[in-house]
Write a protein that binds this ligand. Structure first.
Ligand SMILES: NC(=O)c1ccc[n+]([C@@H]2O[C@H](COP(=O)([O-])OP(=O)(O)OC[C@H]3O[C@@H](n4cnc5c(N)ncnc54)[C@H](OP(=O)(O)O)[C@@H]3O)[C@@H](O)[C@H]2O)c1
Length: 359
């Protein structure tokens, strides 16, 4: 099969023929039809992000495809089914605190790297082999639709944060990073989950206006100035009432003072989900006053990815019409142009833009 291979950090992807994956029990092989290219894939491949990724590897954070083969223990999946390939692979020998690897992208730690030795190759290839439980049926779609369904991979991330923070219909949410690629998905997901309003801070007024144009007056834009205290007060005022839940999903370049301005807008008994890459490359820690957390009974959730059942629930939200994939503007490349796709994704980050490779 044809695949894009990362042989060393800092090199271009090599497009080569690779042996097809071999099926084992508890596994499924999927013919990949479309796979998402993250806007920061270039930083992962250059080594700048310091992601734990053993090389050489076929990268790629899962995608959309059709079942090619199932193991003897799959009871429902059938050959040809359209599926979402969830890259969040968990070890099966510790149900309480499993090791986690993001197949084709990253691992949490040494345990995740051990798991990555086997569940290694990602989706920038004709085929991908995954644990059976990571293959989520989509129902009928067209091949053309497969590109847009890749947005599931983006929307699942903030969905995981809101599930962890137990977002309830009718609540007020603040998304820190609302003008980013994952943050704008968080705005869409919060509204689909029934948030009464979403406070959307950002520095770019055009992008903020575009969020309001897309979703209406349940989105409350706030232009950030960089002054921690002023920004916090403006965000609180924009909410027009207590903020029940804050989700932060800022990139590594953002300082913790920006994050703190946002998270300390939350009401007493409120919940915070921290999902960004903040601090991943060093810098000051997130200093939150102990007394503020204690007196206000604040719940802080660190959230990496999402629980195993999240993808099926999110697919149901899309199928119901509550969450729309057609917000996304998609640019597609074939596998021979995988390096162009990576460059395009980096140059076209931001809300509701998606670069895909169609192997
Ligand atoms: N926890 C997880 O499971 C998980 C999964 C995937 C990704 N992530 C993390 O999510 C991060 C965000 O990714 P992304 O692709 O959404 O990033 P992105 O599109 O580059 O978003 C950038 C966001 O950061 C804001 N920003 C940048 N510098 C700022 C500053 N100095 N002050 C205030 N705001 C600033 C931007 O606002 P402006 O519009 O004002 O520029 C924008 O909202 C990734 O880097 C990754 O680490 C986490």
């Amino acid at each position: 099969m044809k695949a894009a291979i990362l042989k060393s950090f800092g090199s271009q992807l090599a497009i080569e023929d690779m042996p097809e994956p071999v099926l084992g029990t508890g596994e499924v092989i999927v013919d990949i039809v479309a796979t998402r290219v993250l806007s920061y894939m270039n930083e992962v491949f250059s080594g700048e992000r310091k992601y734990a990724l053993d090389l050489p590897v076929i990268p790629g954070p899962g995608g959309i495809g059709r079942v090619r083969a199932t193991g003897p223990d799959a009871t429902r999946l059938a050959i040809g089914d359209w599926v979402f390939c969830d890259p969040t692979v968990r070890s099966r020998d510790d149900a309480v605190a499993p090791d986690i690897t993001l197949q084709g992208l990253s691992a949490r730690d040494a345990g995740g790297l051990k798991l990555q030795k086997y569940f290694r190759h990602g989706s920038f290839a004709g085929q991908m082999r995954l644990p059976t439980e990571n293959v989520k049926p989509l129902g009928q779609i067209t091949s053309e639709d497969a590109s847009r369904w890749c947005a599931l991979g983006t929307m699942l991330v903030p969905y995981g944060g809101f599930l962890a923070a137990r977002l309830q219909p009718g609540e007020t949410v603040l998304v820190s990073g609302a003008t980013g690629n994952f943050g704008s998905a968080a705005v869409a997901v919060a509204l689909a989950m029934g948030a009464a309003c979403v406070v959307a801070p950002g520095r770019n007024e055009a992008v903020l206006s575009d969020l309001v144009r897309r979703f209406g007056d349940r989105v409350r834009p706030v232009k950030l100035t960089g002054s921690e205290n002023d920004d916090r007060e403006t965000m609180k005022r924009a909410a027009g009432g207590p903020i029940d839940c804050v989700l932060d999903i800022m990139p590594p370049s953002v300082s913790t003072t920006v994050v703190r301005a946002a998270v300390m807008t939350v009401r007493a008994n409120g919940r915070i989900a921290l999902m960004g890459g903040v601090g991943m490359l060093g810098g000051a820690g997130l200093e939150l006053p102990y007394n503020w957390i204690m007196r206000n009974c604040i719940t802080l959730h660190g959230v990496w990815m999402y629980p195993p059942d999240a993808a099926s629930r999110l697919i149901a939200l899309v199928r119901s019409g509550l969450l729309r994939l057609d917000e996304y503007e998609v640019t597609a490349f074939d596998l021979d142009h995988a390096n162009d796709a990576v460059a395009h994704a980096a140059a076209n980050a931001g809300p509701f833009r998606m670069t895909v490779i169609r192997p």
